[in-house]
Design a protein around this ligand. Sequence first.
Ligand code: MN
Length: 303
Amino acid sequence: MRIARFDGGRIGVVVGEDIVDVSAAAGVTPGEWPPVGPVRLIRDFDALRPAIEAAAATGAKLPLASVRLETPVPWPNKVIAYPVNYHAHGNEMQAGYRATNQGFFLKPNSSLSGPADPIVLPHVPGREVHHEAELGIIIGKTARGVAREDWKDYVFGYACLMDMVVRGREERVFRKAYDTFCPVGPWIVTADAVPDPQALEFKLWVVKPDGSRELRQHANTRDLVLDIPGMVATASAVMTLQPGDIIASGTPQGVGPIVAGDTVHIWIQDVGEMTVPVVQGTEGATEVFADTYVPPIVKQPLG
Ligand code: MN
């Protein structure tokens, strides 16, 4: 099942090229604040599923193209992100460590945005903002100390995720915290509809205003350094996971700069695809980024 959020906090089931509003069956109040309905929906999904499926089968279909899709879980308990989780990306960044050495960091929930929200580049002259294509993993149940072999019991579903970053050597969380630096969408595909999340091909293109497309990233989740069971086990060893928590699983090789006017297109096998426009913002200047970072980061060419 593909579960989307749209038009001001409505919950929809995506059926083909249409979407059916199932907000009532899902127990979600559009426009609520804080928008935690999706978290409860995920917690209660097993019990709600028959009613949601019935509503999806009988409700009015709206063309997907006629609605504004929003980030599926706008108010999770936390967004967990694994750095340097593909060897080839570690190599291109000349990083001598991997997620298996570093663990994870957190992205602020306020960095979450949806497929229809542009990525707003902060005003940080002289710095590059890079895209990182990642599989987003949505946690389904409260959990602490999950054993590797039990990981599937705690995963609700999957989504496309972009971990945006101001490239540099300052605190990683700081550089990844800007508003709109965590687009997630276009929906959550429930885990039962993703046969093998540990063998998902995925790609990211940057599309220029003239329509030309550059394939920047192309990888497969089978090449994760810390695999999905390991990510669930590691995060839950430290923190209590909650329904709706999001794991950004790490990016493969091919990260690179985006500029205003670009559109970033991500596709993940069995999950979906979304295109996110990039605009230049006026906010975001900070003395932290006033100095050139030393030593410079030199990306290695892909082998
Ligand atoms: Mn990342």
